[in-house]
Design a protein around this ligand. Structure first.
Ligand code: DON
Length: 312
């Protein structure tokens, strides 16, 4: 990190001013519309939260409003699977950037059904397969894990999104069946897809999301209750892959301009990990061409720049 992060005298005021600034940006981006349930989200909502490793949460705007976390959920699934499978996980999913859109299928055939990383859909489906194969009730286990991390029982799945994802899931089904043909999916494909769509449909607020990922800023230990969530080595590994592959095809630019491990989702959420400091969670539904929240990107970029949070 570029020295110690600057401590603003009032972090909540800074968050509010960055949020106000993001709201004034020229109207850009488009709400995800591949399923009706996401297309119906009010587009001008905006929230920002920072949880620091002393357990405090600062926020601005709609930081208590629950939104569809979508691909941010791939972090939770990965950590669960790393805890269950150990190093054998990396024989079935690699840790390289893909250079392809998140739902691309072409690379998967060239590379014999082994996905490039756990944050593209194919990789997240392999992770989901591991969880479905391990747990008798994998969906309940996923929700329990997320609630444990966020320190609240008040986290639910949006059923409209969940059912809509299932109805429009042909591309993910194609990825899963292709991988099964290579022997890289063990469970039945409909069960793997069901788990994946359920996990994508979890709703969380910026405040909950920031708290839930604090363990990644604190070497695998949840700083609020001192619970060990994963090993120090695995926290490092998750942050490393987030840095190279967490922001879709904009991961290089995000590392260049922001310099933090981060994950976005097509619901408009972005979570950025600041090692030894905390977690930033931003949400606003309108997405840029890469699938990243326009206003969320702006707020995180400004905050990281002003406080000197880059890890590089
Ligand atoms: O897999 C899908 O189609 C959606 N649930 C998209 C999730 C997402 O945010 C994009 N993934 N990398």
């Amino acid at each position: 990190m570029e020295g110690t992060p600057k401590q603003p005298s009032n972090l909540s005021l800074l968050l509010q001013s960055l949020l106000d600034e993001a709201q004034q940006l020229p109207d850009a981006g488009k709400v995800a519309d591949y399923i009706p349930a996401l297309a119906a989200v009010a587009p001008d909502q905006i929230g920002l939260a920072v949880a620091t490793i002393d357990g405090q949460v600062h926020s601005a705007g709609d930081a208590d409003t629950a939104f569809s976390i979508q691909s941010v959920s791939k972090i939770f699934g990965l950590v669960q699977a790393m805890n269950r499978k150990g190093d054998s996980l990396w024989q079935r999913v690699h840790m390289e950037p893909s250079g392809q859109p998140f739902n691309s299928i072409v690379q998967l055939e060239w590379e014999h059904g082994i996905p490039r990383n756990p944050f593209i859909n194919a990789g997240a489906l392999v992770v989901a397969d591991m969880l479905v194969s391990h747990y008798s009730a994998s969906k309940a286990a996923a929700l329990t894990f997320i609630r444990r991390l966020a320190l609240t029982e008040q986290i639910w799945v949006d059923n409209a999104v969940y059912h809509s994802e299932k109805e429009h899931g042909n591309r993910n089904a194609a990825l899963a069946y292709l991988m099964k043909s290579f022997g890289n999916i063990e469970a039945e494909v409909p069960d793997v897809l069901d788990h994946y769509f359920y996990q994508c449909s979890v709703e969380m607020s910026c405040k909950q999301l920031a708290l839930s990922l604090l363990f990644l800023a604190n070497r695998g230990i949840h700083p609020v209750n001192e619970q060990s969530i994963c090993s120090r080595r695995d926290a490092h590994r998750v942050n490393a892959i987030l840095s190279t592959s967490g922001m879709y095809d904009q991961s290089g630019e995000f590392a260049f301009t922001v310099g933090l491990p981060a994950k976005s989702g097509v619901g408009g959420g972005i979570a950025a990990i600041v090692p030894n400091y905390g977690v930033i969670a931003a949400w606003s539904p309108k997405l840029n061409n890469f699938g990243n929240s326009c206003r969320g990107m702006h707020m995180i970029t400004q905050l990281a720049g002003q406080l000197g949070l880059s890890v590089y």
